[in-house]
Design a protein around this ligand. Structure first.
Ligand SMILES: *Cc1c(COP(=O)(O)O)cnc(C)c1O
Length: 371
């Protein structure tokens, strides 16, 4: 077997299951792409920031050149926005890339990384890919149990991954609790705080972790342009950390890991506060619409701080297939240990309505089959 040539820790990796692309469902079901609603990957239903679109058009002319491997323009924009030094920034081909850079820089066989049950799937993936051991800590009410995570740390632990808000559960840890955790753990354990959805939080919940970097040299904060900034297809994200931590991560980075269009678009998007505000407002209204729909259908859901919500539908695999037949793509999360739930991204009002109507139809079919 050729796969036996790969090390055991690589062979043991369970492949990441992405949301089904619209084009794939269109091919499989013979549907028009324009009739399909995709609420499966937490993408921004408003599309891309207009400022980023303008930067993309301008950037197309430079396609023959290599990108700036140091990402000067984007780092300058991040520096202006957050008051960090450029030496604290690691740019990535999506924040998935920076999560992997953190693992490759600091984990190795014989070391451990701690993460929560039901946390983002990429943490076990990158941990396993470098031959380190993942320690999964049971969740409480679908959220991180920080005290249990602290207790799970051993002398071999080099890294703790925390998603806040978490995907796919949407749970949020309080700032006081998080800071107490950072104070309580050994300083040689790096904490990767993944804030992919911070832009969607109400002002009182917004993270202050970037300000904590000065106090906690073992803290790595990651952010992405894939969600509220509407650049998921361009692949760009970043980590903010102590300069020495950022330096090591940058050493294992491919020199041109972020392409030139992504660099330009992200720098422009970062300054488009209006677009982010509209995205957040739309999400708030869409979330209210979605949970009101769940209540009408008598479905329980996990209250979410992200741009998605996980809803309990019973036989989620069957409901997922039923929704596909209606031209609606959502995300089954059995691989997250939640076989009765579907994760739904918040879309435009019309998309949410389409989804809720399709869900009602599919649940009625399910009931008539099982009774
Ligand atoms: C979507 C998401 C990301 C972002 O991934 P990108 O690689 O930046 O697209 C990171 N972390 C979590 C928890 C997410 O849900």
């Amino acid at each position: 077997m050729l796969c036996d040539l790969a090390p055991q820790h690589v062979r043991a990796i369970a492949p990441y299951q992405p949301g089904k692309p619209i084009s794939e469902l269109a091919r499989e079901m013979g549907l028009e792409e324009s009739t399909i609603v995709k609420l499966a990957s937490n993408e921004n239903p408003l599309g891309t920031s207009p400022k980023a679109m303008a930067a993309l058009r301008a950037g197309l002319a430079d396609g023959a050149r290599y990108p700036d491997g140091n990402g000067y323009v984007l780092k300058a924009a991040i520096t202006r926005k957050f008051g960090v030094d450029p030496s604290q920034i690691v740019l990535g081909n999506g924040s998935n890339d920076v999560l992997e850079l953190a693992a490759r820089a600091f984990l190795a066989p014989g070391t451990q990384a701690v993460f929560s049950q039901h946390a983002f799937a990429v943490y076990p993936l990158v941990t396993q890919a470098v031959g380190a051991t993942g320690i999964t800590v049971p969740a409480v009410h679908y959220g991180h149990d920080l005290e249990a995570m602290r207790v799970a740390i051993t002398p071999q632990t080099r890294m703790v991954f925390i998603a806040n808000p978490n995907n796919p559960t949407g749970t949020l840890l309080g700032k006081v609790e998080l800071r107490a955790f950072l104070r309580a753990i050994p300083t040689q354990v790096l904490v990767v705080l993944d804030e992919a959805y911070d832009e969607y939080l109400a002002d009182e919940h917004k993270s202050e972790a970037i300000a904590w970097l000065a106090e906690f040299p073992n803290l790595i904060v990651t952010r992405t342009f894939s969600k509220a900034y509407g650049l998921a297809g361009l692949r760009v994200g970043y980590a903010l950390a102590h300069p020495q931590v950022a330096d090591v991560m940058n050493r294992v980075r491919q020199p041109f890991n972020v392409n030139s269009l992504a660099l330009e678009a992200a720098a422009a998007a970062l300054e488009d506060d209006g677009f982010v505000r509209r995205s957040r407002d739309l999400n708030e209204a869409g979330m209210a619409q979605m949970v009101a729909g769940f209540r009408r259908l008598n479905l329980s859901y996990i209250p979410s701080f992200g741009n998605f919500v996980s809803v309990r539908v019973g036989n989620a695999a069957a409901v997922y297939q039923g929704l596909l037949r209606q031209g609606v793509i959502v995300r089954p999360i059995a691989s997250y240990g939640m076989p009765e739930y579907l994760r739904v991204s918040i879309g435009l009002e019309t998309e949410n309505t389409r989804f809720l109507e399709a869900l009602k139809t599919v649940l009625a079919e399910e009931t008539s089959i099982s009774s």
